[in-house]
Design a protein around this ligand. Structure first.
Ligand code: ROI
Length: 170
């Protein structure tokens, strides 16, 4: 079967965000037909929306045989299991899981836009992505470093070392 490298963005700004991200990475490591490859450090940053709590974000890469929309279903299940309530668009949330890149594919369906439509403007996506895939080139030919030059910083700070250690019991 075809293995595709997929980058997933994780974000939380409610109910112990670090714990939410840690629990989500554990859930991602258990996805069927999938191996967790790399996990970035955790980062905190201001919300793009004024008045919201700061977010904790990370990026993981997986190698998966799952079709993009099947993967999306499973990500939404994980969000749901961790108490995500879809009330308002861009509302504060316990957990947000986004497919950032699915191999080199461009996907445009009613449910899914890949590469993620706003990744190029988001330091909280690009910086952790650069940490685990510094040489990545997007399907449109751009590099992460070229995009970062134009991103608002959102006071992004690294919270921890690589989140892989988060998978180990302590
Ligand atoms: N801001 C940050 N810093 N991180 C996020 O994950 C995030 N997610 C959102 C909005 C409200 C756009 N702002 C964010 O959905």
């Amino acid at each position: 079967m075809n293995e595709i490298t997929v980058y997933i963005g994780l974000g939380s700004n409610l109910q112990n965000p670090v714990g939410q991200i840690k629990q989500a990475i554990l859930a991602l490591s258990k996805l069927p037909q999938t191996t967790l490859v790399k996990t970035s450090s955790l980062y905190t940053s201001d919300s793009l929306l004024a008045g919201q709590p700061r977010y904790t974000n990370a990026i993981v890469s997986i190698s998966s045989q799952l079709a993009a929309e099947t993967l999306l279903d499973l990500l939404q299940q994980i969000e749901h299991n961790q108490g995500r309530q879809r009330t308002q668009h861009w509302g504060a949330r316990t957990l947000d899981l986004d497919i950032i890149l699915y191999g080199n594919q461009q996907i445009n369906t009613p449910r899914l836009t890949v590469p993620h439509s706003q990744m190029e403007q988001r330091s909280f996506v690009l910086i952790p992505l650069a940490e685990i895939a510094p040489d990545l080139i997007l399907p449109n030919g751009r590099t992460i470093t070229s995009l970062l030059a134009h991103c608002p910083s959102l006071n992004l700070r690294k919270l921890t070392e690589s989140a892989t250690t988060l998978l180990e019991p302590n």
